[in-house]
Design a protein around this ligand. Structure first.
Ligand SMILES: [Zn+2]
Length: 99
């Protein structure tokens, strides 16, 4: 496998979307918690709380939507089941993740 074939693989895109989603979810939580902690006992405490919470939720929705939009490399349908976030295989054709 060459560097070009790895870069253009659909599973590379899948992995990138997964990292983006989990990075947004967990990293966003950490950043929001730090911002809320830093703003404690200031006059902007409530503004920082709602702004960071809203931004985090919005970023998670965008990242989740990008993840759910991933298309199966075999059948071209959406790979993900909306009720199960980490599938082992395509819900339409059954191709295993990473194949
Ligand atoms: Zn498929």
């Amino acid at each position: 496998m060459t560097a070009d074939s790895r870069r253009s693989s659909p599973w590379t895109d899948y992995n990138r979307r997964m990292r983006w989603f989990f990075g947004t979810w967990m990293g966003g939580f950490a950043v929001s918690a730090l911002a809320i902690y830093a703003a404690q006992s200031t006059r902007y405490e409530h503004v920082v709380f709602w702004l960071s919470l809203g931004t985090w939720i919005f970023a998670c929705i965008v990242a989740k939507s990008a993840l759910m939009a991933f298309r199966c490399p075999k059948c071209g349908q959406r790979f993900f089941n909306p009720y199960w976030p980490y599938p082992e295989k395509c819900r339409h054709c059954g191709v295993a993740r990473g194949r």
